[in-house]
Design a protein around this ligand. Structure first.
Ligand SMILES: N[C@@H](CCC[C@H](N)C(=O)O)C(=O)O
Length: 278
């Protein structure tokens, strides 16, 4: 066990509506250090720390703060709305600012804190062309023998959203991995099942690519709002009930804004033995 004088890689455990993250701070250390093997080891809920996504913060100064995302199976993710909100809060607490810009593979994302302590991030405009989602071809998903006539939405990562009568009744453990790995999605996909509560209110259950069932998914909430609006089910702003709480997605002229809670769980240090797995 590490004592207080031993060095080790510091991390913070956070969550946003139950979507949980390990945040590694690599600022001022000459660039990111994460590898697929180490990300997978830290993500192991029995032998590591456990998380849905790992977020590594690096860069700073004039080029700006950068954020990379890893799934618990060691794969990379181009976007993670809830981790972006959590890390934005961490930086805002540190600097005393009420807004921050974080550079991600999705682009430079602007985040702000509201007077209830919730953090919002502009996740950008949805990507709706098949090449951008991406899909394996110019196919109409509604014509496919996939239950529920889904919509494909890119938010910097792929999402397949199924509007269904009752999201509670969906067998997520069977259907999630089936569609995640469908050849229609060359980079695999996140899978969301949504049902309508009211024209401004959805229920969503999610299977995340590279992770499995999670209690919430921010980019998934954005994709769900876009899909529901395109289907004529909702307006542009929706409250979304997820297993871990509530998120709000608002498709505005400048992009889809995702709002929700952030929480700090604990801080720790990874042991040298764990680091040796990098
Ligand atoms: N939980 C996330 C999405 C994480 C990435 C996803 N599993 C992927 O591989 O694209 C969110 O809050 O957006």
């Amino acid at each position: 066990m590490l004592d207080r004088n031993e060095s080790g890689l510091r991390f913070v455990k956070m969550h946003g509506a139950g979507n949980d993250f390990v945040v590694i701070d690599s600022r001022g250390k000459g660039g990111p250090m994460m590898t697929a093997a180490l990300a997978q080891a830290i993500g192991d809920r029995h032998r590591g720390v456990g998380y849905d996504q790992l977020a590594e913060l690096h860069g700073g100064g004039t080029p700006g703060l950068k954020l990379d995302f890893w799934n618990s199976d060691g794969s990379r993710a181009g976007a993670c709305g809830n981790a972006t909100r959590c890390v934005a809060d961490l930086v805002m607490v540190e600097t005393g600012a009420d807004a921050v810009v974080l550079k991600t593979a999705r682009g430079a994302l602007q985040a702000v804190r509201d007077d209830q302590g919730r953090v919002s991030v502009n996740m950008g405009q949805p990507l709706l062309d098949w090449q951008q989602v991406p899909l394996s071809g110019d196919v109409d998903l509604t014509a496919l023998p996939l239950d529920g006539a889904p919509l494909a939405v890119g938010m910097g990562n792929p999402h397949c959203v199924f509007p269904v009568a009752d999201a509670e009744a969906v067998d997520l453990l069977t259907l999630g991995p089936r569609y995640e790995n469908d050849p229609l999605f060359p980079e695999k996909t996140n899978v969301e099942f949504i049902s309508l509560i009211a024209p401004d209110h959805l229920r969503m259950r999610v299977w995340e690519r590279g992770t499995g069932v999670t209690l919430a998914c921010g980019s998934g909430a954005c994709a769900a709002a876009v899909a529901a609006h395109r289907r004529g089910l909702t307006g542009r702003r929706v409250v979304i009930d997820v297993d871990g709480g509530q998120l709000v997605a608002d498709w505005r002229e400048d992009g889809v804004w995702l709002t929700g809670p952030v929480a700090y769980v604990f801080e720790g240090r990874l042991t040298p033995a764990m680091m040796a797995l990098a």
